[in-house]
Design a protein around this ligand. Structure first.
Ligand code: FMN
Length: 252
């Protein structure tokens, strides 16, 4: 087979470089060593939110992780057609995980007909992932307004210009809308009203799994979930947690 080359223009010069073939099958990184396993005794909390806080704060302390709050959110239509995208988690606590978006977007339309969601965080440098399953609730208008006005003004304007997920003729259309809004609102003391089509959601989890990748591929998985009706922890496979949660170790 002859060597393949590709040509491209850089600073008005035509460059020729050898085409690299990437071996995806051979791609793998080294996860954590045996002495760094994630065992039940390492849980800092017997309910998922305290455990999430510990892992999330560790992720935030690592400068290599630029957006520790980025999570992949999966939604589905009422007949189960899934879709996934990243959003930024903007709060978490005993109630669940919050994010903000456009209420006219594809995800929002799917959430209207099917409130079930899944979300995952992945912090590569820590070899850790958190996996959430639950249902969605809209945040109150007051909370959405408060968060909207905490954002930088250009972000507020951008939220007003975008009818998210709808087809648009060109980028210029957005820039024109932005200009009009900037002229109207980039004035000191003038507040941009939050559009009715923008706001937040809360994911109320029924399961939260903590995954840690191990070098020997015997990865650690500890899953918190709400118990099924009548289910009693046997303290062998299923353990009693706190605040109505149980937890179990899953095979990798
Ligand atoms: C790292 C990252 C963070 C994002 N955060 C948000 C967000 O918080 N809210 C949002 O509406 N879109 C966010 N987006 C854009 C979404 O991924 C997506 O393009 C948009 O929400 C439209 O999705 P939909 O058509 O499925 O509704 C983010 C994208 C990336 C890559």
């Amino acid at each position: 087979m002859g060597t393949k080359y590709i040509q491209f223009c850089c600073n008005r010069k035509l460059l020729t470089v050898r085409k690299m073939s990437i071996d995806i099958g051979g791609m793998r990184i080294r996860y954590k060593d045996r002495e760094e396993t994630f065992l039940e005794k390492h849980l800092v909390s017997k309910e998922p939110f305290g455990q999430f806080k510990a892992w999330f704060e560790e992720a935030c302390s690592r400068k290599e992780i630029l957006e520790p709050n980025a999570m992949c959110l999966a939604t589905a239509t009422k007949d189960g057609q899934p879709s996934a995208r990243f959003v930024l988690c903007k709060g978490y606590g005993k109630d669940g995980f919050k994010f903000f978006t456009n209420y006219g977007s594809r995800k929002a339309k799917e959430l209207e007909e099917n409130p079930n969601v899944a979300a995952t965080f992945y912090w590569e440098i820590l070899n850790r992932s958190v996996r959430i399953e639950g249902h969605i609730e809209k945040l109150s208008e007051e909370e959405s307004i408060k968060y909207f006005h905490s954002r930088p003004v250009p972000s507020q304007i951008a939220a007003c210009t975008s009818y998210q997920s709808t087809p648009i003729e060109s980028r210029n259309v957005l820039c024109e809308r932005e200009k009009v809004l900037e002229a109207e609102y980039m004035i000191p003391e003038k507040q941009i009203p939050k559009p009715a089509f923008w706001g937040g959601y809360l994911i109320r989890p029924r399961a939260v799994e903590f995954w840690q990748g191990q070098r020997d591929r015997l990865h650690d998985r500890i899953k918190f979930r709400k118990p099924k009706v009548g289910e009693v922890p046997d303290e062998k496979l299923l353990h009693q947690g706190e605040d109505g949660w149980v937890f179990e170790r899953l095979s990798p």
